[in-house]
Design a protein around this ligand. Structure first.
Ligand code: SAM
Length: 252
């Protein structure tokens, strides 16, 4: 029963992402990890990418894979739920020298990605769209070579639980509450799993990862200090709680 509900959510999320994709082209792509976060230029979490086989989960329009290509990765692989995103990524990456393999599909299933093949699997602002974190992390772990790296960024679990009211933040939902729910800023059906930070960490450990680093740092530029509270990410909110987080881990 739960499995068929999850399947239905994946189908409706695909429709919503196919329609919304043009709004997101290149918006959450390396070297950027997320809103008000330090970038890869500051963090250097990936290290030397030359000749690395890389796979992106929720590769979107392919801009992060393009970043990987420009830093010498030898194989570019990506999976994304949306046909629109995959078509755009294929166009964007058509002139890359590296071997390219893109799959339209849900991250909760393996559409034919080789196991124990990748030096690096990563996901930039997409992993939280999974409707089954355990299955997704199990797949990711299987794709990596032993000792391989998994890096992902996602919205911080505190962010949607706190609302800006004037110059204050108010608790809008319990931090303890977890489960599938409608993504608030979307007006079309968009279901994602609301989780706690500890759940991400514990599920990673359960899937066979060793945590190397957790980043919750915030960078607010001087010229970006004002903010409309109607906007989902504001500098005021970011100055009080992290809008996003990054975890780097290794396959044991
Ligand atoms: C914010 S975008 C990520 C953008 C990407 N980092 C880029 O560089 O363009 C989130 C992506 O997750 C994809 N997505 C949502 N649910 C998914 C699922 N269950 N499996 C695979 N991809 C999914 C969406 O289609 C969307 O392209």
């Amino acid at each position: 029963m739960l499995e068929s509900i999850k399947e239905d959510y994946i189908i409706s999320n695909k429709k919503s992402w196919d329609a919304a994709a043009p709004r997101f082209f290149g918006r959450s792509a390396l070297p950027v990890y997320g809103p008000f976060m330090p970038t890869e230029n500051e963090l250097n979490l990936f290290g030397d990418l030359s000749n690395k086989r890389v796979l992106e989960i929720g590769c979107g329009s392919g801009h992060s894979l393009k970043y990987m290509a420009s830093h010498g990765a030898s194989e570019l692989w990506g999976i994304d739920l949306s046909d629109t995103q995959i078509d755009t990524a294929r166009n964007l990456l058509s002139d890359c020298q590296a071997k390219l393999n893109l799959f339209q599909g849900a991250m909760e299933k393996n559409p034919g990605i080789p196991t124990e093949h990748f030096d690096i699997v990563y996901s930039i602002y997409a992993l939280g769209w999974t409707v089954d974190l355990g299955k997704t992390l199990h797949n990711i772990n299987s794709y990596l070579k032993p000792g391989g790296t998994f890096i992902f960024s996602w919205e911080h679990p505190l962010h949607s639980r706190m609302k800006q009211s004037g110059d204050q933040l108010v608790i809008h939902k319990s931090y303890h509450e977890e489960g599938l729910q409608q993504c608030e800023p979307w007006d079309s059906p968009a279901i994602m799993t609301q989780l706690k930070l500890s759940t991400y960490i514990n599920e990673l450990i359960q899937a066979g990862f060793q945590i190397e680093k957790v980043v919750e740092d915030v960078m607010i530029c001087e010229d970006n200090k004002s903010g409309d509270p109607a906007v989902w990410y504001t500098p005021m909110k970011a100055s009080l709680i992290p809008p996003a987080f990054i975890i780097k881990c290794t396959k044991k």
